[in-house]
Write a protein that binds this ligand. Structure first.
Ligand SMILES: [Zn+2]
Length: 143
């Protein structure tokens, strides 16, 4: 798997013990990112191992759901029936830690108005038994 994926996954992710919290936290309105209990480092994609201090005391914890667009592209292919094309595929860095980057869609806005550096906030779209974290422009960050 590439470390810099450029497209949202075409198929839904398979849940496992490591990633289940990330894909289902939206059920309770929470974006859950694995975090190391020992050093506080956020670990994403989710695993039970902290690459910063090598601890295994890593567990999902809710984050603010705020982030910033690091890179983006406008997609014209419809992967999800509920999301009309075109839409924005973006890499969003969470507010808590710049190197935690989520591949997501930017929604609830004109796709052509979205820019790198925009502040965004999470909301969730349920697809089958997953709650996909999507992001929309942070209204407090708009002029
Ligand atoms: Zn750690």
């Amino acid at each position: 798997m590439s470390s810099q994926p450029s497209e949202f996954p075409r198929t839904l992710p398979a849940l496992d013990l490591d990633n289940e919290a990330f894909w289902t936290g939206g059920k309770n309105g929470e974006l859950l990112i694995n975090r190391c209990d020992d050093c506080g480092y956020y670990v994403h994609p989710p695993t039970g191992f902290c690459p910063s201090c090598e601890s295994r005391d890593v567990r999902p914890q809710p984050v603010s759901g705020r982030g910033e667009i690091v890179t983006m592209t406008v997609n014209y292919r419809a992967w999800f029936p509920d999301i009309p094309v075109p839409y924005v595929v973006a890499m969003v860095a969470i507010e808590e830690q710049q190197d935690v980057r989520l591949i997501t869609n930017i929604v609830d806005c004109d796709p052509l108005s979205v820019e790198i550096g925009d502040k965004v906030r999470v909301r969730f779209e349920q697809v089958e038994d997953l709650w996909i974290p999507l992001f929309f422009p942070d209204p407090e960050a708009r002029p």
